[in-house]
Design a protein around this ligand. Structure first.
Ligand SMILES: C[S@@+](CC[C@H](N)C(=O)[O-])C[C@H]1O[C@@H](n2cnc3c(N)ncnc32)[C@H](O)[C@@H]1O
Length: 304
């Protein structure tokens, strides 16, 4: 998929999102969110006073929000190629519209570089070169990346199928748009047809609450004003989400790709540590953790 299209799909997402610590995974179960937070706090705790930290693919600033709360002394910068990002605290410097493969910073500017579910979407070899260029001598990095066999990818693929079906010619959304275009939005046969498609789609995707959500939204929109405009906006949102899931599927790291990435990071200053992140109580992997330091003891929250 062309880079610009990917960036547009994320711009669409962030332009409608507010900054929140769970970022692009707002539905993450508490136990997984706590586990990831612990990993970040360990890393922040290891950084020197006043260190400059760069977060790659920062999106809604999930990592930076945590960093600022835990280590207010850190000087925080985030980059992302989405051109619109949620507003963050003014002390955090954001660079929207910025590709990871071509960072607008001087050599050695940052003592720490982070990324949460972002570098794997980029051209990884170009991004790694940039990481080494802008990382200060003996600086540290921590990247949490999608795991190709992980729960996030596993849960998103069936959702992608349901999304695709909704916009396919026999699908709910497509059928609703056609009916509105043909000025048949109130005709009983339109509602009967939509009800039939809904039942068949739910039958095919029994675990996808998305089908019911889409059907409810379509019914609400068709019963109100400006139906065509709203349904077209809904179709755009569905297409954009589909693009983001396809990018996730493509970017998520297999073991082989994760090893190659870690090796490429190792070659310059220090060995990179690669490990699988498991969420307590879940057997499937959650993510990869690639870092300049091995894991340490659990940190204690500052002031609490
Ligand atoms: C899954 S989101 C993660 C956002 C955030 N780090 C979080 O944890 O919530 C991936 C982010 O990476 C950004 N991204 C992907 N590829 C990129 C690239 N080549 N250059 C810059 N940003 C990129 C996207 O725009 C998106 O905001």
């Amino acid at each position: 998929m062309p880079l610009k299209q990917d960036a547009n799909a994320w711009t669409h997402y962030w332009s409608k999102a507010s900054a929140k610590p769970r970022g692009c995974l707002p539905d993450l179960p508490g136990v997984a969110a706590d586990h990831i937070q612990e990993i970040w706090l360990q890393f922040f705790a290891s950084l020197p006073l006043g260190a400059r930290l760069l977060d790659l693919g920062t999106g809604g600033g999930a990592v930076l929000i945590e960093a600022q709360a835990f280590r207010p002394d850190l000087r925080l910068t985030g980059v992302d190629y989405a051109t619109v990002l949620p507003e963050l605290n003014k002390a955090i410097t954001l660079y929207p519209g910025t590709r990871l493969e071509n960072l607008p910073f001087d050599d050695g500017k940052f003592e720490a570089i982070t990324s949460q579910f972002a570098i794997e979407y980029s051209n990884v070899s170009a991004t790694i070169q940039e990481v080494y260029r802008v990382l200060a001598f003996a600086g540290s990095y921590l990247f949490i990346c999608h795991h190709a066999d992980g729960v996030i990818v596993r849960d998103n693929l069936p959702r992608l199928k349901a999304l695709r079906e909704a916009i396919s010619p026999a699908g709910l959304l497509y059928t609703a748009i056609q009916a509105v275009r043909q000025q048949k939005k109130s005709a009983p046969e339109t509602w009967q047809q939509l009800a039939r498609i809904f039942t068949a789609t739910q039958h095919k995707h029994p675990d996808q609450s998305l089908v019911k959500e889409l059907a409810d939204d379509i019914a609400r929109i068709m019963a109100g004003p400006d139906s065509l405009e709203k349904l077209l906006a809904m179709r755009q949102a569905v297409e954009m989400e589909g693009q983001r899931i396809m990018a996730l599927e493509k970017g998520a790291l297999t073991e082989n790709r994760a090893k190659i990435l870690a090796e490429a990071l190792s070659s310059k200053q220090q060995p990179a540590h690669l490990e699988v992140v498991h969420v307590p109580g879940v057997s499937a992997p959650f993510a990869w953790r690639i870092s300049s330091q091995p894991r340490m003891m659990a940190p204690t929250r500052l002031g609490g």
